[in-house]
Design a protein around this ligand. Structure first.
Ligand code: FES
Length: 161
């Protein structure tokens, strides 16, 4: 296994397990912690988690593929999330996402997050970002762009290149 876990993180996770009646109940907490540390959940992280919790890798892998908050690939340096839920869709979020994809050479029909080969951008369509009154809404990292426009997208692209 190629996963290199810092001793402090491993001992933190070992301690966490003691709070649950069954080891497997700590699975999601392990995955959150590993994603926070590595930026995504690799196959090695899945196997490591399974070994730690006395599970089969499939028991962990199914969590990673079921919950949309887990990523199986590293994110680009600039992470763009475009809301596709109703208010934003009606306000033109598809055009904004298409614009990002076109400018970055990404497939605008893909259903999964896409990262540019140079690792500078990840673009994805997401469900409601809880700012529906300001549609269309885009998140860039932790920043929210309300009433986002194509001009905003161009500024994000220029800043991330
Ligand atoms: S529908 Fe886009 S933020 Fe809610």
């Amino acid at each position: 296994m190629a996963l290199s876990i810092p001793a402090s993180l491993e001992s933190q996770l070992d301690e966490l397990v003691t709070h649950y009646p069954q080891k497997r109940s700590a699975s999601l907490m392990f995955l959150h912690a590993l994603q926070e540390h590595f930026g995504y959940v690799s196959n090695d992280a899945v196997e490591w988690t399974a070994a730690k919790l006395g599970l089969q890798p499939i028991n962990v892998y199914e969590l990673v593929t079921f919950y949309p908050m887990f990523r199986q690939e590293p994110l680009g340096k600039t992470h763009v999330k475009v809301c596709r839920t109703l208010s934003c869709a009606l306000a033109g979020s598809s055009e904004i996402r298409d614009h990002f994809c076109k400018k970055l050479g990404l497939n605008s029909h893909a259903h999964t997050p896409q990262t540019t080969p140079d690792g500078k951008f990840t673009v994805e369509f997401v469900e409601c970002l809880a700012d529906c009154g300001s549609a269309p809404v885009v998140m860039v990292g932790e920043s929210v762009l309300s009433k986002a426009s194509i001009a905003d997208a161009d500024r994000v692209l220029a800043a991330g290149r």
